[in-house]
Every structure is written in C-alpha cells, then in structure tokens.
Ligand binder design. Sequence first.
Ligand SMILES: *Cc1c(COP(=O)(O)O)cnc(C)c1O
Length: 220
Amino acid sequence: MIKENLQALLSQLPSNIQLVAVSKFHPLENILEAYDAGQRIFAESRPQELAEKVSQLDGAKYPGLEWHFIGHLQTNKLKMVLPYVSLVQSVDSIHLLKEIQKWGAANDRIVNVLLEVHIGAEETKQGFHEEEVVDLLFDSDKYPNIRFCGLMAMASHTIDESVIDADFERIDTFMAYLVDLFPELTDFNQLSIGMSDDWKIAIHHGATIIRIGTAIFGSR
Ligand SMILES: *Cc1c(COP(=O)(O)O)cnc(C)c1O
C-alpha cells in the first residue's frame, strides 16, 4: 500500500515540489518500504522517536535518506535532533533560534531552518507572528550558523476549504514580501505548506515542500 500511495501522490505532484514523508508513529519497516519505493526525505515530530529510528538505521546502507524535524523542539533536546536532520522546519521562537545558533557554533555546523509561522485560527498554535519574522530576519547576521531557508505553516484545523485557501494565500503573499525585502538571504526560498488533506490547495499557493503522513502511511 505504501508504494501505491506514494506513486499515486507523485503522479499528481508537480516535479518541482518536494514530497516529505511524515513517518511519526509509524515503524521503521514502513519507512524502509517507502525508501525502497524511492522516497528519500522523511520527517519526525518527536526528538526521542527520531533518535531511536536513526539509531536503528545504518546510515551507510540507505544512501540519500534524509530527515527533517517538524515538531516542537525543546532546547534541551537539540542534541537528539540537530546532528541527524538536514532541515528543521519548525523553529518557532527566538529562544530556540539562539540555542540552535549556539549548537551550530559549538559543533561547527550550519543548520538549515524554516521559520514556523502562525497562520491558523487556533489561539494555541505554535509559531511566529509575521512581524516577529520580519524583525528577526533583519537580525539574521546574529545567526552565522543558521541558514534561513524559508517558512513553514499549518492551515486552520477545519474542513472549510475557503478558510484553508485564505490561510495559504496569506502565507504565500507573506513569503513573497520577505523574498523582496531580504534579497541578501539567497537561500530563503522554501515554503512548506500542505498536509494529507490540504496539499492540493497548498500547491496552488506556492508550496515548495509538502508534508504528507496519512496519505502515505495510513492513519496513526
Ligand atoms: C503530522 C504532521 C504532518 C502530516 O499530517 P498528515 O495529515 O498525516 O499528512 C504534517 N506536518 C506536521 C507539522 C505534522 O505534525
């Protein structure tokens, strides 16, 4: 099923959009099944689970396999995540950014990040407000060990597609504004929006990365 699900998705996806397979709560064997079907980028949302899966894998045997982190990251868990991921999609506070910078400096690494922006209607949802993103990008040279690669966002939790459409329209517009405002940030070009239920809407609004769990691996 995983292979068929992947093929069905890829056949509908423009080739310039990166498909990230969200493997949280699914066992390693399912990840390897997706790998065998050609999928290379996987994402996890919990540090412990990521670290366990990484340790079960022998990296050398799976060329090209990459991990992204997409969950809330507490600063005391950086060591479980940063050595293993090619992109942290879910940076949601200045505090976290500063700690990632420290880790990068101490380990002589440049860490690729997306800034998670709060666009949905939910009060509690994590992420920066738009003004905060602008302010921090004006300060981007304070973070020499961080590469700012773009934005990540989640739409409101609703089945009303017009609301989701408006959310994604807004983040797409904001992304374009930032690209204009910060031409010196040459890597700032990724927009990670779209999950199993709303990725088709997301690709109408400039998604460059979609994060798909259920539609590949089934329900969690
Ligand atoms: C779980 C999760 C996804 C995938 O959700 P599906 O609806 O299963 O595709 C995408 N993004 C984030 C941040 C997630 O936590």
